[in-house]
Design a protein around this ligand. Structure first.
Ligand SMILES: Cc1cc2nc3c(=O)[nH]c(=O)nc-3n(C[C@H](O)[C@H](O)[C@H](O)COP(=O)(O)OP(=O)(O)OC[C@H]3O[C@@H](n4cnc5c(N)ncnc54)[C@H](O)[C@@H]3O)c2cc1C
Length: 414
């Protein structure tokens, strides 16, 4: 068994770790940085898995977060196909699946999330897929190549994006979901209906207010049976039922876990153990903007967390104060962008119209802007971010201005 000494150990081969590594170097870290990831690919952008890569219009390498030469140029040691099996935080030693031991000074835990698996009758049949990795995406693409009937379980963004991508590939898909309209859990029924109708107008069939009862098949899945008694033919199934933070390693090491199930961090993304930070999908941090703990599974959040964590690993003592941003793409038909998040809200204001395909929907609680969703009006989001960060209470006139296409948003809440 060999033991090596390193300065910065970044655990998890995803976006958050990669951004952390890059920022450490940009901010002048000159020590030894090692990034350990269990997948065989170098860190990549997961959004490609439900969009261009799934459709077969992008190569695998186009998803990679950094160009191949980055790692050597920046003198960052990337260890793929390697897991951190155990962390001894008293000794500050990580045990790797390669049997090596790394003695580290500072560590980042960015182990991401795992898909939630549905344990129903028939769930082990072939061609029932989940989507988290490039490998999953490739397997779905290969599966649908000889599939006549594709069923997607779940009406949130994974189900909607995959349905749209398959439709762009000339396949018709069905969605089975518990919600009444797609995406309503995040954006409410009015916005949800816009996306729901958009999908339907492109040939996607949606069965709302229904649940998955079981799968039937003959080795390969052949049928999806729903709680309402629908029997849907299916040669390929893709399940998008959410994710759970992967905190197995952190929990085993005795690091505090928060209510959302993520590693509990302060506003500096520091965990309960000195010198150990967290970032990305499994990081629950104290959000100064939201006034409490927040954990979000968005690309942009992982990216920005990585930068904040790096600066705090270098002792800069900076709070994480970015308003979370999310994007999603439905084929070539619509790109939605969102800042927030609003878990609940009292009122909504609409700027533009669904009919025009260009609108921003504002979500307010007690006159305070909590979130905004836009399709086709990206410039509105910088005003939304400013208003969310300020927490300013907007009077009736200001709220009316949000909905008035002729009003100047820079004067709202100023
Ligand atoms: C199909 C798909 C589409 C998406 N589309 C969008 C989108 O359009 N917009 C958006 O905002 N967000 C999107 N997301 C979410 C976004 O990609 C994630 O929020 C982001 O990837 C999180 O990055 P991360 O670094 O925290 O975790 P991850 O990307 O999950 O990386 C963590 C890595 O750590 C590895 N790991 C875990 N434990 C260990 C260990 N003990 N040792 C070594 N390695 C370990 C994991 O295998 C994984 O490779 C999408 C996600 C998916 C799956």
């Amino acid at each position: 068994m060999t033991e090596e000494r390193i300065d910065y150990l970044l655990i998890g081969g995803g976006l958050a770790s990669t951004k952390c590594a890059r920022t450490l170097r940009e901010q002048g870290a000159d020590g030894r940085i090692v990034l350990v990831g269990r997948e065989s690919d170098p860190p990549y952008n997961r959004p490609n898995c439900s969009k261009g890569f799934l459709r077969g219009i992008e190569d695998r390498s186009e998803a990679y977060v950094e160009a191949p030469e980055f790692w050597q140029e920046q003198d960052i040691e990337l260890r793929t196909r390697t897991s951190v099996m155990k962390l001894d935080l008293d000794a500050r030693v990580a045990k790797l699946s390669t049997k090596e031991e790394l003695r580290f000074d500072k560590a980042l835990i960015a182990t991401g999330a795992n898909v939630r698996r549905l344990n129903v009758e028939g769930c082990d049949l072939e061609e029932i897929h989940y989507l988290r990795t490039l490998g999953n995406s490739q397997a779905i693409r290969e599966s649908v190549a000889d599939a006549e009937h594709v069923v997607l379980i779940g009406g949130s963004y994974i189900g909607c994006e995959v349905a749209a991508s398959l439709s762009m590939m000339g396949l018709s898909a069905r969605i089975v979901m518990q919600e009444d309209v797609t995406l309503e859990r995040g954006f409410g029924p009015d916005a949800g209906r816009f996306f729901h109708e958009l999908l339907e107008s492109h040939g996607v069939t949606i069965h709302g207010k229904d649940g998955l009862a079981r799968f039937e098949g003959d080795g390969r899945v052949r049928k999806v049976v729903t709680d309402n008694g629908l029997e849907l033919p299916a040669d390929t199934v893709v399940i998008g039922a959410g994710v759970a933070p992967d905190v197995q390693l952190a929990r085993g090491a005795g690091i505090a876990i928060g209510e959302s199930g993520g590693v509990r961090c302060n506003s500096r993304l520091a965990s309960s153990v000195p010198g150990v930070f967290a970032a990305g999908d499994m990081c629950e941090y104290d959000s100064i903007i939201h006034g409490g703990p927040l954990r979000i599974e968005h690309w942009d959040v992982a990216f920005n967390h990585g930068a904040t964590a790096a600066r705090n690993m270098l002792g800069q003592d900076v709070p994480h104060e970015v308003v979370p941003y999310f994007f999603s793409v439905l084929g070539d038909w619509a790109e939605l962008e969102y800042v927030g998040p609003a878990r609940s809200w009292e009122t909504e204001a609409l700027r533009g119209s669904h009919e025009s395909g260009q609108f921003t929907r504002w979500y307010l609680d007690g006159g305070v802007l909590k979130a905004a969703l836009t399709v086709g009006r990206p410039d509105d989001l910088e005003h939304a971010q400013r208003l969310i960060a300020s927490g300013a209470k907007l009077d009736d006139g200001a709220q009316a201005a949000l909905a008035d296409l002729d009003s100047d948003l820079s004067s709202v809440g100023a």
